[in-house]
Design a binder for this molecule. Structure first.
Ligand code: SF4
Length: 481
């Protein structure tokens, strides 16, 4: 689990300088998925309007917010360890208040206050607009909790404050919640029912980003393929909508077309997809627009039909292959990545072999692979025993990772000798003299800095590769620059 402290080199410090010194100091830490990082930018915006400045210095903070993740037990342990660390800081800064946000806050609710004494405030993912009131409560010495899940809230009217921004790429959330009840997943319980954001407010946010010089956006949601705007309200109530609402509804393919044609020079990515909701028109929209990146994150979790059923994933392995075939037929150069779970309850060696053979069929570019972690409140926790021994989970996970490593190298080697368009995002972690960026397939590319700068679209000749990175030299600016 990657932890990023919300320190920032460009964006915020500029905003910081414009605020007077006596405003209160806000320190935010985010964990988990991109949705949480995007939410932290919403929170920073709401509190900037309340006179808070974001700071990178924990010890000077008046308010410390931890945006938590609950996807696996380890994620929650990481948060608890971090909260422990705050005790020492509180001794130096006794007026400091601590709040927890996100999925763990939603899962534990007021129990969080009992379990972690340093916590003053617990706020669920749909209640961030109530933060000013909740902060008033803790300022008055009362604990504060709001974990109400919403049917409408999309924060479409809040302009995010970009945190930890490279000034080039940004997240734009388009949906919230998830209606798919995968049996292992806490998200439907911690983020509520699916609702989509008004396309006009999405275009407004993108307009502001383009105006600030951003070159790439990622349209974000737990399940973007399920995006459906018909005037507001829950996805599941679409059937009750009027004929007019149905006739003018905007689905994900239409939203992609809208964004790609309105901002033809902007690079567009999206995440996360669900195979059971992805439709051909989305793939055709991707093929139609050069500026929609040729990469899909397509979690599958298992290659066994029996386990997919136990997971309540509403597709078979064969249907998943058909989707992969359609993607490769319509966009041959499209990269695909996966999420995989090893050791789901009742998983046999044969089921595991089905997962490995599915990976052989797809040969993913890269993936996120984890051992099954039982989550409280999920159907799997309530109905199934976590019966796969730890050492078997570990061995199967290692086999999955090894197969992925082999395929990642197979895929990166396909790029050697080619010239790829790369958007420069920053300095390579490995060398001060090299830029890092990504090609349309979302593969990291590193090359000597030469005359180019952050934000440039550059054509790079790929000379070599590792399983994760393409290594090359710049051969000129791309036409999109
Ligand atoms: S699609 Fe399934 S795994 Fe993904 S967020 Fe929804 S319930 Fe969780």
């Amino acid at each position: 689990m990657e932890k990023i402290i919300d320190e920032n080199k460009q964006g915020n410090s500029i905003i910081l300088d414009q605020k007077n010194e006596n405003s209160r100091k806000l320190y935010i830490e985010s964990y988990g998925c991109q949705m949480n990082f995007s939410d932290s930018e919403i929170v920073a915006s709401i509190l900037t309007n309340e006179g808070f400045n974001t700071t990178q210095n924990l010890e000077e903070a008046d308010l410390v917010l931890v945006n938590t993740c609950s996807i696996r037990e380890k994620a929650e342990q990481t948060v608890r360890k971090r909260l422990e660390k705050f005790n020492a800081v509180k001794r130096i800064n006794p007026n400091m208040k601590v709040g927890v946000l996100g999925c763990m806050a939603e899962r534990l609710k007021s129990k969080f206050l009992e379990e972690e004494k340093i916590v003053d405030m617990v706020v669920g993912p749909d209640a961030y607009k109530d933060l000013p009131n909740l902060i008033q409560d803790i300022d008055d010495g009362r604990n504060a909790v709001n974990v109400i899940l919403s049917k409408e809230e999309t924060y479409g009217d809040i302009a995010p404050v970009r945190l930890n921004s490279n000034g080039v790429t940004a997240f734009v959330s388009i949906t919230r919640g998830c209606d798919n009840m995968c049996t292992f997943c806490v998200v439907p319980f911690t983020r509520g029912r699916e609702r989509s954001r008004d396309p006009q407010s999405i275009l407004e946010e993108i307009k502001e980003l383009v105006g600030k010089g951003f070159k790439e956006i990622t349209l974000l949601g737990q399940n973007v393929d399920s995006y459906l705007w018909y005037g507001g309200g829950l996805k599941k109530d679409f059937e009750k909508a009027s004929d007019m609402q149905k006739a003018t509804a905007v689905n994900f393919a239409a939203l992609l077309d809208m964004v790609a044609t309105t901002y033809p020079k902007l690079r567009i990515r999206f995440s996360t997809s669900n195979p059971q909701d992805m439709t051909l028109d989305v793939i055709e929209s991707m093929a139609k627009h050069n500026n929609i990146c040729k990469y899909i994150h397509l979690p599958v979790q298992s290659g066994s039909n029996r386990i997919l059923k136990e997971m309540n994933r509403l597709h078979t392995r064969e249907e998943y292959f058909e989707l992969i075939d359609n993607i490769k037929r319509i966009i041959p150069e499209c990269a695909i990545s996966q999420d995989m779970i090893a050791g789901f309850p009742t998983e046999t060696e044969e089921d595991h072999q089905d997962t490995l053979s599915l990976m052989e069929y797809v040969k993913y570019d890269f993936g996120f692979m984890f051992a099954y972690s039982e989550r409280p409140g999920t159907l799997a926790e309530r109905k199934m025993e976590d019966d796969i021994p730890g050492d078997i989970k570990k061995r199967r996970l290692t086999e999955i990772i090894n197969v992925q490593q082999k395929h990642s190298l197979y895929r990166t080697q396909e790029h050697v000798g080619k010239v790829e368009e790369v958007l420069i995002e920053g300095t390579s972690k490995k060398s001060e003299d090299h830029w890092m960026g990504r090609n349309t397939q979302n593969t990291v590319v590193v090359f000597p800095k030469d005359v180019y700068k952050i934000g440039d679209f550059v054509n790079v000749k790929i000379n070599d590769c590792t399983a994760a990175t393409l290594i090359g030299e710049a051969v000129g600016y791309s036409d999109n620059n």
